[in-house]
Design a protein around this ligand. Sequence first.
Ligand SMILES: Cc1ncc(COP(=O)(O)O)c(C=O)c1O
Length: 272
Amino acid sequence: MIVFEPYFDVYPAAIELAQGVLVPLRLEAPEFRVDEAKLRSLVTERTKLILVNTPHNPTGHLVTVPELGIIAQVAIEHDLTVITDEVYEHLAFDGREHTPIASLPGMFERTLTISSSGKTFSTTGWKIGWFSGPEHLVEAVGTVKQFLTFANGHPFQYGIAAGLQLPDSEFHAIRDRLWRQRDVLVPALEHAGFEVLAADAGYFVSVDVAPLGYDNSYDFCRELPAKAGVAAIPMIPFYTDASGAETLVRFAFCKRVEVLEEAATRLERAFR
Ligand SMILES: Cc1ncc(COP(=O)(O)O)c(C=O)c1O
């Protein structure tokens, strides 16, 4: 199974449970784009799946339509199934639009799309999500889910069902709020001397801490709370082999503006 790397840290465990083999497709900083030659070089006769995640956690990259087109072409040529995790689908900034890969020609019948209410409605603990796609894939997931969690948070489902019927303007307002939050944190990181890599969509901004003199993100993230009263996480655990990405760090901006402004002040004080 080909998986974007860095990856959401739940994926390796889930793939292992399913007795799959995770084959990382490295998205290289600073742009974290899907590279066609690299993707093609990973496909073998044992490849069954490509796991797409856009908007992407942990990098904050929104996979573009040309990148999705490359993935679609490779999937169709090699008769692969695509699983796509689009839980940040409503949260793209700067006029960018999220495109579901299932909407590309020839892709619906080979794509299982997964999404969730957690990020859009800030209800991450509720664990209400959904999957959609052609009948054979939906039925396969339903069969497994029946014996894993069976049902969860049923009363929350009514709340989320009501939320999903809100007009588009509400979804835009949610996006715009998060966009403003990003626009507090990102300039502060830049002023403090970090190299900001991506924050196109979702909850996260990835940065390189090498310009601040660090050669390892663990050291930086361990020191940060005492040094600045701010916390971030190293991206090393999101890689199978993090060589070349040892200095990447993920900050989250899914916080109140006042909290982010305070973080901005502290970061600038600590690093300028
Ligand atoms: C890429 C990605 N997929 C799925 C999830 C799970 O979302 P939830 O449990 O809120 O539905 C997360 C949460 O961090 C995520 O970042």
